[in-house]
Structure formats: C-alpha cells, structure tokens
Design a protein around this ligand. Structure first.
Ligand code: KG4
Ligand code: ZN
Length: 347
C-alpha cells in the first residue's frame, strides 16, 4: 500500500512516498535555512510564501523519484498541525485539491504523531508499549505509546522547547539559525564542565523547562569582560559580540551538557516510573550527536532498548507523516475535504 506524505508545518517543504508505513520509496525535502538564517529565526510569512513556491516541484520530485503515479496511491497523508498556521495551510490546501481532483482518500496526521512514527521507518521497529521522547524546535515532550492512537503524555516543556533554546543561545552567540547543528559541532571542541549552567529538574514531574538555561547563558555572556551587545528596540540584547573571554566552544559544550543532562535524566525517570524499557528518540534535536550518544549509554545502563532514526528522519520530513498516515488509513480514519489546519493541536 503506497501512501504519499506531505509536511509543510514549519520551514521545510516535504513530500514522500512510503510503502506499508515502513519502506521509504522517496523522501524529498526542500529546506528554507538560507531564507531565515539572516533573521536569526523563522519568519512565518516568508515560510508560507516559500512553501507555495516549492510544494509543486517537491511533490513532482517525490513521485518521480519513487517512479509512482497518482493512480497507484492508496491515500494522501497530510500534516494539519501543530505548526505555523500559514505554513500548514499550504500543505493542507494542496492535499485537499489533489484528493478532490483525483478522488484519492485523504488522511490528516498530527505532526507529533509523525515524529513518533519516524521510528518505524527503520528496522528493527519498536514493540508497544514504548516511551517516546520528542525534542524539536517547537516541542519537548515524553509520551507513553501503548499502541496506535494510544498516546499518554508523561511530560512536556513548561516554557521553551529544547530546540528553541539551542536556536536562542545560538542567536546570542551570533552563530545564526538554526542553532542546533552549529552548537553541536562547536561543542565537540569544548569543555562541557567549563561553566556550570543550571539544570532545571522540575520536581516530582516529567515536565521540562529550558528558558532558565537560556537566560543563564545570556547573564554569563553579559558578565564577561569586554562583551558588547547590539540592543534591539526592546533594549534586550539581540546578539552579543565576540570575542568573549571564554572560548565559544566551551560555552557551547557547557550549554549542551545542561540540556542533554536533563533530557537523558527525565527519560530515565520515565522508564522507571512507567516500567517500560523501550525508548524512541525523535524530532530535530534528536539529530544531536551528544544526545544520541548519551541516550544510547543510558539504554545500556538501564537495559532498555533504544530506537533512534537516522538524522534525516529526525528533522522534519514527510516520510514520517506517510508512516503515521498508513495506520490511520488502515483504521479507516479518512479526513473530510473541509479539513482545517490548526496551529495548536494536542496529540
Ligand atoms: O523537528 P524539527 O526539524 O522542526 C520542528 O518541528 O521544530 O526541529 C528543528 C529544531 C531546531 O530548533 C534546530 O536547531 C534543532 O532542531 N536541531 C538540533 C540539531 N539539528 C537540528 N538541535 C541540536 N543539535 C542538532 N544537531
Ligand atoms: Zn518537527
């Protein structure tokens, strides 16, 4: 059964063809990093305009690379939230028009559900139940996944998502957007113990909080002798200018250690609390080399099975939307053609 997936929830335009919810036949993504990097973050209006330009070529390329025609598709699976509303609208409108014109069943997929199902795109696949840690630019949450459509939230961030913290710290350091990959790289050459940034272990809870560590980095940089800030209109520093007295590599490694420590520790608590010894890690921050390494080490220590998709399936992609969509289609969850995207959409 062939499913075409579409994701335009944020700043990546993606289309993919997946067989039986497992085998990727094509997975084409056009990213917009070049457009947004100079602004230090995603500009929603520019993101939706670019999706409009890219959706048709990306869709064509996905079908072509798969060698599949529209008539061979069992369904079209589209992400309708959560995400940037203007971005989601492009993918949803495109999917609706295509499904209406070609009489193909349409399936709606929650973006977070997609991230969970990215773990099913490689062998071995996790057995139910499992703990899913989703860490991205917009989300940081832990779920107990008991089966398809059986998701129990165990914890979530109370303020910034982990990826958002990476992006904001990167902006402070003048390293551009997205912050995750560049901080990950610099951290390799730095000392994670150089600065003791705080770890927010929200007590008695599997919730997260990352805004404190971002402020701690800002305060640390401001206290550095010789640091100059370029102030935005709000008088908040938008970037602090090197040279800092502390090597940037050490700041990056120390910040990363703080984020990764909390993510790993809370996942460990989730295993203990739910007595489920299987964990999937997904979302853009799951591309982080230190997080991948530390979660694997924790798995060995706790005798838990760890499932981490390849980096290309951790960041936003349409294959994960097609994988989740396959299960909806099999369950008969067909979306109506008046489907609307939603910026906020709990799983
Ligand atoms: O899942 P994703 O592609 O989009 C959202 O749904 O948000 O995640 C994007 C986030 C960005 O914040 C980016 O900085 C972060 O993932 N990211 C990383 C790495 N690669 C991407 N964070 C840490 N280390 C990385 N290597
Ligand atoms: Zn995502």
């Amino acid at each position: 059964m062939l499913v075409l997936g579409i994701d335009t929830s944020c700043d990546d335009t993606s289309a993919a063809v997946v067989e039986n919810g497992k085998r990727i036949i094509s997975n084409i993504t056009s990213n917009q990093t070049e457009i947004h990097s100079k602004y230090g973050g995603i500009v929603p209006e520019l993101a939706s305009r670019r999706h409009i330009e890219m959706i048709v070529p990306v869709f064509n390329e996905a079908l072509q690379a798969a060698g599949v025609s529209l008539g061979q598709l069992s369904s079209i699976s589209v992400c309708n939230g959560p995400g940037l509303i203007g971005s989601l609208l492009v993918g949803c409108s495109f999917a609706k028009a295509l499904c209406y014109a070609k009489q193909i069943p349409m399936v709606a997929v929650n973006h977070l559900e997609g991230h969970i199902f990215s773990a099913f795109l490689q062998e071995p696949v996790p057995a139910f139940p499992f703990i899913a840690l989703i860490v991205s630019g917009g989300h940081t949450c832990l779920y107990r996944v008991n089966g398809f459509r059986k998701y129990k939230e165990l914890g979530r961030t109370r303020d910034d998502a982990a990826g958002e913290a990476y992006d904001k710290v990167s902006k402070l350091l003048g390293l551009g957007y997205p912050g995750g990959p560049v901080i990950d790289k610099l951290a390799h050459y730095g000392n994670p113990e150089a600065i003791n940034f705080p770890r927010a272990y929200v007590p008695e809870s599997l919730d997260f909080s990352f805004s404190g560590v971002k402020t701690a980095v800002l305060n640390y940089l401001k206290s550095e002798p010789g640091t100059q800030s370029s102030e935005g209109r709000s008088k908040k520093p938008s970037a602090l200018h090197p040279p800092f007295s502390t090597p940037v590599n050490d700041i990056a490694a120390s910040f990363q250690a703080s984020v990764v420590d909390v993510l790993v520790r809370k996942t460990e608590w989730a295993i203990k609390k739910s007595r489920v010894k299987r964990v999937t890690l997904s979302g853009g921050v799951a591309a982080n080399s230190e997080l991948r390494k530390r979660i694997l080490e924790m798995g060995v220590e706790k005798e838990a099975e760890i499932f981490i998709p390849p980096v290309s399936l951790c960041t936003d992609n349409a294959a994960m939307i097609a994988a989740a969509g396959y299960h909806h289609f099999k369950a008969g969850n067909i979306a109506s053609l008046d489907l609307n995207p939603k910026a906020y959409m709990p799983l």
